[in-house]
Design a protein around this ligand. Structure first.
Ligand SMILES: Nc1ncnc2c1ncn2[C@@H]1O[C@H](COP(=O)(O)OP(=O)(O)OP(=O)(O)O)[C@@H](O)[C@H]1O
Length: 242
């Protein structure tokens, strides 16, 4: 996948994200320091490396949740590293992130129904009279019972919350998902169920993944190719054979 041939959905070239701190911002932490990779449509690139090597920073910079310091991010043939304002909002539906802790992105004051409906309303993705039908479809795709729609996040288990977070982002029909340690807070059985769900969704909707984890076994199971990261750089790539 990093070699070329097919057109990539995402191509990252010499990407850098440096954090500046201290008096006059002279201290620099080169969290991402010249990274190159590509991900084809419907494929998964796994990203592994020790804590603090820059995985999350890389994932967030690719999605433009963080401002890149240098380099380009080509998504579907377009350099998105320079986009601003409205164009970024549109991009926000095509690229999504799943976090380690779903609670951090689910509003505790909202019922599950509204959590999933919010992006539909915000981006006007569904007519009002079709909303209920679409939400029921989404909750079924993530294998949750419809009765959970009228509960609050605190009434759900960790695995159920992650499924709600997944249903919420699926409402936007993403083409690329950055999954940042999406199952590392879950017990092994639930972890396996969520990973299977993600794989199934990938096949069904041809979604590409940047799958971040410190757990090489999980990454091997999920990925077509693995990138090994150390101190802000990708030091090796490995194709996963099946
Ligand atoms: N908002 C920030 N401001 C300044 N420095 C940051 C910020 N976020 C991360 N860093 C630093 O950037 C480096 C990379 O951190 P990052 O969280 O990207 O690594 P990681 O590989 O995802 O680690 P983990 O597996 O523990 O999440 C670390 O030195 C970290 O302290």
């Amino acid at each position: 996948m990093c070699g070329g041939g097919h057109t990539a959905l995402l191509e990252v070239k010499d990407l850098k994200k440096h954090y500046y701190s201290g008096l006059f911002q002279i201290k620099v932490n080169k969290a991402v320091d010249g990274v190159n990779f590509r991900i084809e449509k419907g494929k998964t690139l796994g990203l592994v490396g020790k804590s603090g090597c820059g995985k999350s920073t890389l994932g967030r910079t690719v999605l433009r949740l963080l401002e890149p310091t240098e380099g380009s991010i080509i998504f579907d043939g377009k350099d998105i590293s320079i986009l601003k304002g409205h164009s970024l909002k549109y991009l926000g539906t095509r690229m999504q992130i799943i976090f380690q802790n779903p609670e951090s992105c689910l509003n505790p004051k909202m019922k599950v129904y509204d959590i999933i409906a919010e992006p539909l309303r915000l981006h006007r993705l569904c007519a009002k009279d079709k909303e209920l039908e679409r939400i029921k479809e989404l909750i079924e795709i993530v294998s949750l019972n419809e009765e959970l729609l009228f509960r609050y996040p605190k009434e759900l288990s960790g695995g159920q919350l992650q499924r709600v977070a997944i249903a919420r982002i699926l409402s936007m029909k993403p083409e690329l998902i950055v999954a940042d340690e999406p199952t590392s807070m879950l017990d092994p059985l639930v972890q396996a169920q969520i990973l299977s769900l993600l794989k199934g969704l990938q096949i069904k909707f041809k979604i590409s993944f940047l799958f971040i984890s410190h757990d090489i076994k999980v990454v091997e199971w999920m990925s077509d190719e693995i990138a090994f990261m150390e101190k802000g750089k990708i030091v090796n790539f490995k194709i996963v054979s099946r």
